[in-house]
Ligand binder design. Sequence first.
Ligand code: BDR
Ligand code: CA
Length: 320
Amino acid sequence: MRKVIFDTDPGVDDAMALGFLCRRPELELIGVTTVHGNADIETVTRNALHLKDRFGFAAPVAQGSGVTLLNRQGSPATHVHGRNALGDIDVPEPVATLDGRRGHRMMIDLVRAHPHAVTIVAVGPLTNLARALDKDPEIARLVQGVVVMGGAFGAHGHTGNVSPVAEANVANDPEAADAVFTAPWPVTIVGLDVTQQAVMDAAYLDRLRDQGGETGRFLHAVSRNYRSFHQKSRRLDGIFAHDSLAVICAMAPELFTLRHGPVRVVCGGLASGQTIQKPAESPFPIGAWDPHPSQSVAVDVDVAAALRLYAETFVTPDRR
Ligand code: BDR
Ligand code: CA
């Protein structure tokens, strides 16, 4: 069983990913840290506590950073995730309470408590991870690995969703992403290259509603407005499985094709948030990528197997 810290800005697809994570016997959720992104930190933290009540997990929830590494305010994605960031469904006042530690502090404590046994799955801007590295650089050698939903490397033409060259999580804190990707820990980056291949279409979401019990009905309801956004903005009859794909990668990496090489992030300017990997075998002169560790970028995924794995987690045999 792999111990997982889930760093998140819930967020519709974050909620869907967390629901999946909680159900998988291969993964043990040991902590949830929140981060600004899809909404302000108070809103996403309240959502995380609601999800703790709803999914019934025991792991502590700690509030993380409300601003970027350089202390900038984020810009909430209300038009994508709704005013409450959970698709504007009713979210009751949480019963669950917060852990008193700051997000990056709890992350450090959990990694140190379980040396070489923790995978951090990060599905929001990478501010908490960068702060944790800054406070305690040794954790880079103590984690088992880091799986990030973020970035876009141009595979299959997927280059960005908030600008022609940038994906939202990285664009919302490019300096943090650059610090995380260049640190000496093994990072697997699950970007738009693969997440925009994995579409949960209307029939798929309807099946979750009809055959997935109470959680299936929640997954359908929470994604209803997110689906309208995809329809309006991309004429897509369904939603991208962004954050869930990162959890699937932590659990079933064999479903992904990885490309290796150091990764840098453009910080500032017209292309801010662009993620660029130097392929390991490329004969360029020594440059800004070279002193940094090789990281893994997902460039392909077995979409059918990944979506089957997700659905089968909720649709029990007697409901099929
Ligand atoms: C990512 O951005 C957020 O809006 C989603 O939750 C996901 O983590 C996709 O670009
Ligand atoms: Ca997210």
